[in-house]
Design a binder for this molecule. Structure first.
Ligand code: LMR
Length: 341
């Protein structure tokens, strides 16, 4: 049966058979915002993956130094770089995957949605550049607020007639990563063995773990279950508070982004049963145009949306309570694109 991927970087199968430079048929990946707090460790994790042919590092800040630094690591991925405000400069040759961690992080007291005003533009510009120069790319959005900026990207691409809903991913993977870690701690299990399906979105109460379907099975009820759910929903905020004005999760987020990216690559290269939850265009629940659910990945992005599946009453209640917020989050993104004309 399908399992979540969750493989750590460095444990990846070496399926590429090319002999010369080692980069033929391997994906070209652009990282937009590669100089930033998430961008740098993410670029490092991607560089360590021997399945990647080329890394194109893009940032408005000087990208040359980080690129020179990374290029010395003895793995096949070639490193190129662009210092530019315009992501289009980097996408002209076409890339297989665009990973977008650009944008500003939260400060204590802020909600993820407070970042929309600052971060919508880079998502808008990236989607526009993708539609113009590299419409067949897979786009993996890490920039917050994910619940609202994924609709921004999709509306831009739709307006260009270039939207392929199977190729646009909002990274909610850090919620899967944290859920496995916290359940591993509670049950004294190796967290690498723990899989908790995640649905909803990537903010506060829209982060919904389906413990009733976790693997191995977990029995957590009453206050203990409430505590776990609260800790998971508040985990990003806890990091923001601990960093005390110096940003939000960068290392675990880089890991989570790379995990989703590697799952996408493994599926692209023919591995079967690669499953990850992500926030995507969805027709699973009539009121929500976008929804995070477990997805079976394939050669061209999403092969099959595995849907909400079976939920118990507690999980159904969490989901129903989150629906109004998720609708608002989507509306915010759609309104922004309309206003740009
Ligand atoms: C996280 O979950 O850590 C990220 O979405 C960053 C944040 O602002 O919480």
């Amino acid at each position: 049966s399908a399992r979540f991927s969750g493989k750590a970087p460095g444990c990846l199968s070496k399926s590429n058979k090319s002999k010369s430079s080692g980069s033929q048929n391997k994906p070209r990946i652009a990282v937009i915002g590669a100089c930033g707090g998430i961008g740098q460790p993410l670029a490092l994790l991607l560089k360590l993956n021997p399945s990647i042919g080329e890394l194109i590092l893009v940032d408005k800040d000087n990208m040359a130094g980080v690129a020179a630094d990374l290029s010395h690591i003895e793995t096949p991925a070639k490193v190129s770089h662009f210092t530019t405000q315009n992501p289009g400069d980097a996408l002209k040759g076409g890339v297989d995957i665009i990973v977008l961690p650009a944008g500003v992080p939260r400060k204590p007291g802020m909600k993820r949605s407070d970042l929309f005003v600052s971060n919508a533009k880079v998502v808008y510009d990236t989607a526009k550049a993708m539609g113009e120069h590299s419409p067949d790319s897979i786009l993996l959005i890490i920039t917050n607020p994910v619940n609202s900026v994924v609709p921004v990207a999709c509306e831009v691409l739709k307006n260009q007639g270039k939207l392929n809903p199977k190729k646009i991913f909002g990274a909610s993977t850090l919620d899967s990563v944290r859920a496995a870690t916290f359940i591993g701690e509670i049950t004294n299990t190796d967290p690498r063995e723990v899989v908790v399906p995640l649905i909803g979105g990537h903010s506060g109460t829209t982060i919904i773990p389906l413990l009733s379907r976790s693997h191995p099975s977990v029995t957590l009820e009453g206050e203990k279950r409430d505590e776990f759910v609260k800790k998971l929903q508040n985990a990003g905020t806890a990091v923001v508070q601990a960093k005390a004005g110096k940003g939000s999760a960068t290392l675990a987020m880089a890991y989570a982004g790379s995990r989703l990216c590697f799952g996408i690559i493994r599926a692209m290269q023919g591995e079967s049963n690669v499953v990850e939850s992500a926030y995507v265009v969805s027709d699973i629940y009539p009121e929500l145009k976008y929804l995070a659910t477990p997805l079976l990945l394939g050669k061209n992005g999403i092969e099959k949306n595995l849907g909400l599946g079976k939920m118990n009453d507690y999980e159904t209640d969490l989901f129903c309570k989150a629906v109004p917020q998720m609708k608002k989050d989507v509306a915010l993104g759609e309104k922004y694109v309309k206003e740009q004309g």
